[in-house]
Design a protein around this ligand. Structure first.
Ligand SMILES: Nc1ncnc2c1ncn2[C@@H]1O[C@H](COP(=O)(O)OP(=O)(O)OP(=O)(O)O)[C@@H](O)[C@H]1O
Length: 245
């Protein structure tokens, strides 16, 4: 038992033990006190270490049954929405109404549930946007928003690695550390802010000694000279250069 020093109510602790959560995992021990204090945070840990409960336990502890959504949890897939809502029902020590919303099923039941009042909404982006745009999902009572982004990211990357996706549109977050074999091109839509980022981004192609290609869209003479300077420093070739107007 390592729940003693965690500032959760007795009701929650009892429920955790009844659910077989006798020991909190490291990520849970670290995040729960911070979320209870109302801190914003980004958490990262290995798969299967209990990240879902790490955000659910403190959020559920803080909520009381009401009528408008108080927590919104964005997940990448329908399967995850179901998985997270199952976990939320298990971990909720009070009578909170938990609703999963995802596409591919009739919207009617989701609408009815939203009209009757829910406390926690767990959903996938497309259907959530439908509900938000339709004015069915009031946001003025939200206290918590969770983005289960890593599971998105990881999943998309996995598909990219297995070549099920052939084009990946990414921010600079993907500029470092992404190790995928055989990336044919890196396309710089916006020219990187500094030379270091150019190197990080384009380093995704031509891994492990192989050569790679990058295409950059340049929108000023300044960007052109930045590119030429990097090319000079790093000794790479610039081909098919069209002058920006
Ligand atoms: N403290 C705990 N005690 C016992 N079981 C736990 C505890 N925390 C989580 N679990 C269980 O461990 C399993 C894995 O948890 P979870 O799916 O949240 O991992 P994760 O870190 O989100 O993994 P992934 O990165 O794959 O999404 C779940 O079945 C969950 O119910």
């Amino acid at each position: 038992m390592n729940l003693e020093n965690i500032p959760l109510s007795e009701k929650t602790k009892k429920n955790l033990q009844q659910s077989g959560y006798n020991q909190l995992t490291d990520i849970q021990l670290k995040t729960i006190p911070l979320v209870l204090e109302g801190k914003d945070l980004i958490a990262q840990s290995q798969t299967g270490t209990g990240k879902t409960a790490a955000f659910l336990i403190p959020i559920l502890e803080k909520l009381e049954a009401g009528s408008k959504p108080q927590a919104l949890i964005l997940v990448p897939t329908r399967e995850l929405a179901l998985q997270v809502s199952r976990e939320a029902r298990k971990l909720s020590a009070s009578q909170l109404r938990i609703l999963e919303v995802y596409g591919g099923v009739a919207i009617f039941r989701q609408l009815r549930a939203l009209r009757q009042g829910v406390d926690v909404v767990i959903g996938t982006p497309g259907r959530l946007i439908d509900h938000l745009q339709g004015g069915n999902l009031p946001t003025n009572n939200l206290k918590f928003v969770v983005l289960d982004e890593q599971a998105r990211r990881e999943m998309v990357l996995d598909k990219f690695k297995r070549k099920q996706i052939t084009l990946l549109v990414a921010s600079d977050v993907a500029a470092r550390g992404l190790d995928v074999k055989d990336i044919s091109y890196v396309i710089n839509y916006d020219f990187p802010q500094n030379p270091e980022y150019y190197i990080h981004r384009t380093g995704r192609t031509g891994r492990a000694g192989a050569s790679g290609k990058a295409i950059s869209f340049l929108s000023s003479r300044k960007e052109k000279s930045q590119l030429m300077e990097i090319a000079r420093d790093r000794k790479f070739k610039v081909e098919n250069f069209a002058n920006p107007r």
